[in-house]
Design a protein around this ligand. Structure first.
Ligand code: HEC
Length: 155
């Protein structure tokens, strides 16, 4: 039979121990802060076909990354952009503008949630059951992929 005698760890705390702990903590915190999903930009580019009826993606220098309709705002650089703030788009609805007025900025997670059901998203985000969306389209699945694609084109 084995008897394991464990020597008490009397090693004094070194600077390295503290650094290792610090790095481990930092890594853990970073992974917790990372989005809970990772969209696939290639799948998102494909899914963007569904958005093109109403949205284009045009870079500031005029490059047309996606030719599309004008019913909705240009989505170039939308990730990181304040909600309802595309200067050339004059037909934002009241609710989207109200959300923009709160200082809300699109990130990948919020955009994925929005495109799944814009009306429901605005109702929740504004805590207002009367909130309405002028975007009459719901993306059943793959919002995170479209978000990743939109993030990737404007870099
Ligand atoms: C039938 C037309 C239509 C389709 C299809 C459509 N949208 Fe929209 N979208 C709009 C309109 C109109 C608005 C403005 C909504 C408002 O003001 O309430 C809008 C707004 C948005 C906004 C907010 C932009 C901003 O500047 O704050 C995002 C993001 C967006 N759409 C993403 C998408 C994506 C991604 C798709 C495809 C999955 C899509 N839309 C499909 C019409 C459409």
């Amino acid at each position: 039979m084995f008897r394991r005698v464990e020597a008490p760890c009397k090693r004094p705390k070194t600077h390295e121990d503290t650094m290792t702990k610090f790095i481990l903590l930092a890594v853990t915190a970073a992974s917790l802060a990372a989005p809970a999903f990772a969209g696939d930009p290639a799948a998102g580019e494909d899914a963007f076909k569904k958005c093109k009826a109403c949205h284009s993606i045009v870079a500031p220098d005029g490059t047309e990354i996606q030719k599309g309709g004008r019913t909705g705002p240009n989505l170039y650089g939308v990730i990181g952009r304040a909600v309802g703030s595309e200067a050339d788009f004059a037909s934002y609805g009241e609710s989207l503008l109200a959300l923009g007025a709160t200082g809300a900025v699109w990130d990948e997670a919020s955009l994925a949630a929005y495109v799944a059901d814009p009306g429901a998203y605005l109702k929740t985000a504004l805590a207002d059951d009367a909130a309405k969306s002028k975007m009459s389209f719901k993306l059943a699945a793959g919002g995170e992929d479209v978000a990743a694609y939109l993030a990737s084109v404007a870099q």
